[in-house]
Design a protein around this ligand. Structure first.
Ligand SMILES: [Mn+2]
Length: 426
C-alpha cells in the first residue's frame, strides 16, 4: 500500500473511531470511559501490526461499517451453526450497533448440537431461522462470518434478492465464491480469535456490561471448541483468549460445557464405532441414514473415532434425510496429522460436481463434504433404501481409499460392452 493511501486511510479512521465512540456511548455503562486505541493498554499491543505504520484489519472494517452507517444488514451463518459462527456473529452485531447498523443473524438449517442450543439459550443470543416470509430485500448488505458463502444456502437466496456481500470474516481456506467490500480471511484457530482482536484493538469490552460479558463468554467457548480445548491453539488464539478471560463468566461457561450429548448422538457414535474400517491409520465409517436433526452427530462421531490409538485421521459420513427435502451425503473429517491438509485431501479425493463446485473442503485439522443424492432421493421400500446406501457407501469409501493410496484406481470398462461385443463369461 502506498504512503499516500495509508495517510488517507488513516484520516478516515479517525472519523470512524469518533463515530464508534458516539455509538458505544448509547450504552450508559460505556459512556464514562473513552475508547482506548491501538491496544496499548491491552496485551502489549502485540499482533504484528506495527503501530501507525501498517493498517490493521480492524481499521478497514471500521471504514466499511462507517460508510454504511444506519443500514440494516444480514449475517449469514452456516446452515448448521457452530459456537464459532454464533459467537462471532454476535460480536459483529455488537460492533455494528456502534455504527447504528441493525444486524440480523440468520441461518437456513438447524441447530442440533445440544451444546450449541445451550449456548444460544444461556447467552440470550437472537438467531433467526430463515423462512421464505423473511424479505431479504430489506437488507442493504450481507455479512458472511465463519464461512465464505459455501456452507450456507442463504448465499444464492441473497444473490437473487440483490443483496451485496459487504463483509467476509473467516478462518477457512479461501473459497473464492463471493467477493465482499471487506474481507479478512486468516489461518487462525477460530473466527472468534479475529473478532476478539477487533474488540481488543478498537471496541474494548467492559467488565460491568452484561452484554459484553455474554459476548466474551461466547467467544471464549468458540475458541475453546475450535481448538480442541486450546490444544490446537496458536499464539494469536491464546492472545485472544487471554484478552477475553478478563470478562468471561466462568459459571455460564461451565454450564454450556456440561451439557450432555443426546441419546441419538450417542447412538450414531456407537454406529460409527461398529462400522469403522481402519486402513493405514485412517478410520472411515459410513453410518447410513441420519435424521436431519441429528446431523451434528456426524462430526461428533468423527471427533470420537480420532481418539482411538494409532488413528490420525477419521472420516464419518451418512445420508441425511428430511421429509420433502432432497437427500444429501454429509461427511466430516478430523485429523491430527500435521502434514494432512483436509481441504486438499477432500477436494482431490471427491472432486467436483457438474457445475465445478467441490464436494468438500476444510481448514486446519477439520473438513467436511456434501454430495447430493439427486435422482435417487426419496424414501421407498427397505430393499431400495438398503441398495441405495450400499452404493453410496461403497463409492465414498472407494474414493477415500484411493486417495489414501490403499487401493488402486481400477476403473474398469469390462462390464460396459458394446452391443456387438462377445460375452465369453456368460
Ligand atoms: Mn470456525
Amino acid at each position: 500500500m502506498s504512503r499516500e493511501k495509508q495517510a488517507a486511510l488513516g484520516r478516515d479512521r479517525i472519523g470512524g473511531m469518533e463515530s464508534a465512540a458516539a455509538g458505544l456511548a448509547t450504552d450508559p455503562t460505556v459512556a464514562a470511559e473513552p475508547l482506548r486505541r491501538d491496544g496499548k493498554d491491552n496485551l502489549n499491543g502485540v499482533g504484528g501490526y506495527q503501530e501507525r505504520q501498517e493498517r490493521r484489519p480492524v481499521d478497514a472494517l471500521t471504514d466499511t461499517l462507517e460508510a454504511h452507517r444506519g443500514e440494516r444488514h444480514i449475517v449469514a451463518i452456516q446452515n448448521f451453526p457452530d459456537p464459532d459462527a454464533i459467537a462471532s456473529a454476535l460480536a459483529h452485531q455488537i460492533i455494528a450497533a456502534t455504527f447504528g447498523i441493525t444486524v440480523d443473524i440468520v441461518y437456513d438449517g438447524f441447530i442440533s448440537h445440544q451444546e450449541n442450543l445451550a449456548l444460544v439459550q444461556l447467552l440470550q443470543i437472537e438467531l433467526l431461522h430463515y423462512d421464505p416470509t423473511i424479505d431479504l430485500k430489506q437488507y442493504q448488505g450481507s455479512i458472511f462470518i465463519d464461512n465464505q458463502g459455501t456452507t450456507t444456502t442463504l448465499t444464492s437466496k441473497l444473490r437473487e434478492a440483490g443483496v451485496k456481500p459487504l463483509v467476509i470474516v473467516d478462518h477457512h481456506e479461501r473459497q473464492g465464491l463471493i467477493e465482499a467490500v471487506f474481507t479478512d480471511i486468516r489461518k487462525v484457530g477460530a473466527t472468534a480469535t479475529i473478532y476478539a482482536e477487533y474488540l481488543r484493538e478498537a471496541f474494548p469490552l467492559e467488565k460491568n456490561n452484561p452484554q459484553h460479558v455474554r459476548l466474551a463468554t461466547a467467544l471464549m467457548h468458540a475458541i475453546r471448541t475450535e481448538t480442541n480445548g486450546m490444544i490446537r491453539a496458536r499464539e494469536c488464539d491464546f492472545q485472544a483468549a487471554g484478552y477475553l478471560s478478563q470478562f468471561v463468566d466462568t459459571t455460564l461457561l461451565s454450564e454450556i460445557l456440561n451439557v450432555k450429548r443426546s441419546k441419538r448422538a450417542i447412538d450414531i457414535i456407537n454406529l460409527a464405532l461398529e462400522k469403522r474400517i481402519v486402513r493405514d491409520n485412517y478410520s472411515i465409517a459410513g453410518v447410513g441414514y441420519v435424521r436431519y436433526e441429528d446431523r451434528d452427530a456426524i462430526p461428533q462421531a468423527a471427533d470420537f473415532l480420532l481418539t482411538e490409538e494409532n488413528i490420525h485421521t477419521a472420516v464419518v459420513y451418512g445420508i441425511i434425510t428430511k421429509e420433502g427435502e432432497r437427500e444429501v451425503i454429509i461427511g466430516s473429517l478430523r485429523t491430527s496429522k500435521v502434514t494432512l491438509n483436509p481441504d486438499q485431501f477432500l477436494k482431490s479425493a471427491l472432486g467436483r460436481d457438474a457445475t465445478g463446485h467441490y464436494y468438500g473442503g476444510g481448514k486446519h485439522e477439520a473438513g467436511g463434504f456434501e454430495i447430493p443424492i439427486g435422482f435417487l432421493s426419496g424414501t421407498y421400500d427397505e430393499d431400495f433404501m438398503r441398495s441405495k446406501w450400499k452404493i453410496y457407501d461403497a463409492m465414498v469409501k472407494r474414493k477415500l481409499l484411493e486417495k489414501i493410496g490403499v487401493i488402486e484406481n481400477q476403473s474398469t470398462s469390462a462390464v460396459i460392452r458394446q452391443p456387438s461385443a462377445e460375452r465369453p463369461e456368460e
